[in-house]
Design a protein around this ligand. Structure first.
Ligand SMILES: [Zn+2]
Length: 237
């Protein structure tokens, strides 16, 4: 989260304010990390205590197997607003309540890539017909508000699943940041910032410091890192 926040602190301060109190506190801690008043462990522990107090079963203290996806769902609570289909001729709108949150669980056999999966989720097979014009509504679901952040649990997929660096669900893909977590219990992370830089983090290696990698996205296998398969994707913009 620090990597995403650090790109545009003022912007993300405002965005995260509409999420949970936990992320609000986390972001306040990031400001202290930036001026070296606290380190990451101090900040993590301060938020972890509150999360544990409110959800002791999901997030026990000490070394444990708490789910990172549960953590994301607890920290980030934005909903994707209901959308609409549009008639290609008279532009009449037909409201569609797709009911999606910003957290997606991709199951095997539901798409070959993040792009294909998102497209299938936000388009309708056999769309209804506009009564006025007698033509089918356009298939893609239009959204009034684009989410700032979306997450994907891809932990049950194989290495053949194609991870895209940008997805259509985010309106302005120019500033898209992609974070990929690899592994199951011990995670390592890669982050692709909006300037095309690649960052790597392993909480147990490099003294916990995020290091810049000498790669570009173009020649990188996004699915694997240090022998571990990608399991969680976070897109922010
Ligand atoms: Zn029409």
């Amino acid at each position: 989260m620090f990597g995403i926040w650090f790109e545009r602190p003022k912007y993300w301060n405002k965005v995260f304010r509409s999420h949970s109190l936990y992320i609000h506190k986390l972001v306040k801690g990031f400001q202290d990390v930036r001026i070296c008043r606290l380190n990451f462990n101090n900040v993590r522990d301060s938020v972890r205590g509150i999360i544990h107090a409110n959800n002791p079963n999901l997030f026990p203290l000490g070394p444990n197997f708490a789910s990172v996806n549960d953590l994301l769902r607890t920290l980030l609570v934005e909903q994707i607003p209901a959308g609409w289909l549009m008639c290609p001729i008279c532009h009449t709108r037909l409201a569609i309540d797709h009911g999606n949150s910003i957290h997606f669980d991709i199951l095997p056999g539901t798409g070959r890539s993040t792009v294909e999966w998102v497209n299938s989720l936000f388009s309708i097979d056999n769309p209804p017909v506009c009564q006025e014009c007698n033509v089918a509504f356009d298939e893609p679901i239009h959204l009034s508000k684009i989410p700032h952040i979306v997450t994907f649990d891809i932990s049950s997929l194989s290495s053949r699943f194609i991870i895209s660096t940008k997805i259509k669900l985010l309106k302005n893909t120019r500033n898209t940041i992609l974070k990929i977590y690899f592994g199951n219990n011990h995670f390592v992370m890669r982050m692709f910032d909006c300037n095309g830089n690649v960052w790597f983090h392993d909480g147990q290696g490099n003294s916990g410091i995020i290091i810049k990698e000498c790669y570009t996205i173009d020649n990188m296998n996004l699915n694997k890192c240090q022998g571990k398969l990608a399991s969680i994707l976070i897109y922010g913009h």
